[in-house]
Design a protein around this ligand. Sequence first.
Ligand SMILES: [Zn+2]
Length: 229
Amino acid sequence: MREFSSEGKCREYLANLRWPGGIICPKCNCRHTCLLSNRRYQCAECRCQTSVTAGAVLHRTHMPLTQWFLAFYFVSQDKCGISAVALMSMFGMTYKTTWHMLMRIRSTMNQRDKIHQLSGTIEFDDTYFGGPTVGKKRSRETEKAKVFAAVSLDEQGNPRNIKMQVTQNIKRASVKKFAQTAFVQASTIHSDGYRNYIPAMEGYTHEQKLYDPDSGLLHWLHISAELKG
Ligand SMILES: [Zn+2]
């Protein structure tokens, strides 16, 4: 609330993310721009105008940036994903407005997730994902989706990023395809010794061990899989 308390602070934050070395004209790469009264930047060379939000998730928004930033915060902090109804009562806006905000945020997260690859040390396994089907027992795993799950760790061994993908099966080709899309080539993969993992991880540094729940192997992966419900 303190860091992003005004439109100016939010705009400055976005400008630093977008142009860390100062504003650059998107058309001619000129570095000489002036700020107009409508908060757009105009290039001194080609007169092209741009803004901190142009062409990105907040393109042409009429909503205050302070509210967008709050929405980003709530979406990222709520374990189950905040609803449009909850945002509506917090912001005093219509359902339609908060629903559109959430759609924009989710679609951006999805785009980012599609191109982002995990790197460094990665824990990998397959698991089941999803809650109970209405009117049926929770324990029947066949009603849940089979997923590949991976967590990348930082140098202290703490979790950084998670990637999950629904899969029809855990055959060698499917594992390999997931690894190629989800992991940077130079990564080190930790997994249990399931036979299909070994050939699928060719090209990566692969450390596979017999799974023992007390060993600490796949610690963060199992914690994140438990958060799924
Ligand atoms: Zn220009």
